[in-house]
Every structure is written in structure tokens, then in C-alpha cells.
Design a protein around this ligand. Sequence first.
Ligand code: AMP
Ligand code: MN
Ligand code: MN
Length: 323
Amino acid sequence: MSTTEVDDALRRAAAVIAAAPEVALACHVNPDGDALGSMLALHLALRAAGRRSVASFPEPFVVADHYRDLAGLDTLTEPAAFPEAPAVMVTFDAGSIDRLGGLAAAAGRATELIVVDHHVSNTRFGTINVIDPTAAASGVVVRRLLAALDLPLDRDVAIDLYAALICDTGRFQYESTTPEVFDLARELAAFDLPIPSLSRTLFEEHRFAYLGMLGEAVARMVLEADRGLVWTAVTQDMLARHGCTLDEAEGLIDIVRRTREAEVACVLKETDDGRVTVSLRSVGRVDVCAIATARGGGGHRFAAGFTSEADLDGTIALIRAAL
Ligand code: AMP
Ligand code: MN
Ligand code: MN
């Protein structure tokens, strides 16, 4: 998508949202800081302007504890109460319709489906696709959408956009950290943001029990130097022994990827329904999005994921083969 195509889609999306009596917003399953932050930013800005907006995400309808300082979590609607056939629906940070889980049916029935995203692997499943793979976060696209809608920022909107921005740039460290990212950060910081407390809850603070499990997961890391691969797994047994939940282990990949000898880092997580979710990171030439997309997932060149029906051994074998 060229810049003019994105701008054109942005204008059409703004016109549809501006004319709608109510909009229904949804972000991807197991939402991260960008999914929640980008969706809540538009939701709160619309509501502050007296507009009707419903925001949700698919089951399991649980927000991971480290997102508790985002603004507007108390205004979320549970997915069972989401409109069945919305006139105007907007999705956030979802690269394909199946990432909407139980809300995919509503998306399929929506009259206008506006897809706001930045995944290079996006399948363009909307009637209006506002997809900018050069944007560091879906929140960056939302900032531009707010401008097109003439909706002002306030402190709560700024908190949510800032969370989206720092989560998807790894606190201004990843490839995606462009001058535009700092321009937006500067604009948001002017709203008296609680930067230290947001950093601590989003990235640093963990329960003591989780840090014990982290120790075990790190001790079990496997380096396959000939393939340039480092990986570890979080099993249901480990979670039970340490009294932890899978969503607490979201940042584990950022420890594993520190390995100097590896170009690709991988964390396998065994879910309670016997499947395995895979997080992949690249620090070099390998395009992990291609690996994830070939397995029905998606993401970005340097950060991607998929869900595997194979067991842990079978899943790591798939990844070895792909490398
Ligand atoms: P994660 O490793 O879960 O932080 O995800 C890294 C990137 O891959 C994010 O941009 C996700 O949107 C994407 N991703 C992760 N899991 C999946 C999946 N099952 N299907 C599609 N994209 C995914
Ligand atoms: Mn996301
Ligand atoms: Mn994102």
C-alpha cells in the first residue's frame, strides 16, 4: 500500500465513522498493548465527543494484569454483548479475520468493516483497509485517524496511544523506531503522562512466582548454534508448579532473544487446550513472518507468531525444518 493509498483509506474510514450513529470496535484475541491501546484510544476519543462506541475483544475476555494502567478498561463490553451485525465495525491490530476469534462472525456480518492495522501479513479482510506496514504500531494509525476525524487527544487517549507505541517498539528499541515515533511520543508526553509507572507495570514488574518460573524457562533454553536458533518452552506443568498463567510469560521472548549466538529466538507455550502458541523473533536476515505465515499465523519481519496443533517436540521440529 502506498502512502496515498493509506491516506485515501484513512479519509474513507473517517467519513464512514463520522456518519455512523454507533461504531463497534474489536481488537485481536489475547490483546497486547497495541491492540488494547489503539482500540481504547479511538473508543475514548469518540465517547468524549459524545459519540456511541462499543469496544470488545474475543474470549477469553481477560486483560493481562500488566495492562491494568491503560485508560478505559472499565468501558469494555464483554464479547457476548457485542452487536451481532454492526453497521460499522472497526478492527485493531488484527492481521486476519480469525485473529478476532468469536467476534469474527460479527465482522463477517458488518456492513462496513474498517481494518486498522500495521501487519505486513494483513489479509485485507475489510471493506476499508487502513493498513500501514511502515507504522510502528496500530496506535500510530489511530493517531492519524483521530486527526482525520478532527477528534482531540486528551490525557486518557494519550496514555493508551503511548502504551501502544512503547509496547510495539519495545520502548523505542526495535527496527520500527522511526523519527515519526519520537514525534508522536513527544506529542503524547505533553499530556502529563505517568511515564515511570507505565514503564514499570507494562515491562518491569512481575509476581515473585513468575520470576521463579522465568528462571526455570531460562535454565532450559536450548541453543542450536548451527541453525542460529535459541528456544525454550513454557509447559502447563511449569505453570502449575510455579502458580503462574501463560499471559505472564509474554515478555519471556525478550529475554531469550538476547542470546548473542542466535539469529532466531523462539518461545513455545503449551495452552490449556493442548495446543502450542509460538513466538518468533529475528535479529538478522531471517524473515520470521514468512515462517509464521506458512503455518497459518502472521506478524512482522522481525516478530511473528502462530498457533500449532502439534505437540512441543513436533512444533520445534517444524521450526527447525523452516529454518
Ligand atoms: P508475539 O510473539 O505473540 O508477541 O507476537 C508477535 C507478532 O506476531 C505480533 O505482531 C502478533 O500480532 C503476531 N502473531 C502472534 N501470534 C499470531 C497468530 N497466531 N496469528 C497471527 N499473528 C500472530
Ligand atoms: Mn498485537
Ligand atoms: Mn501491533
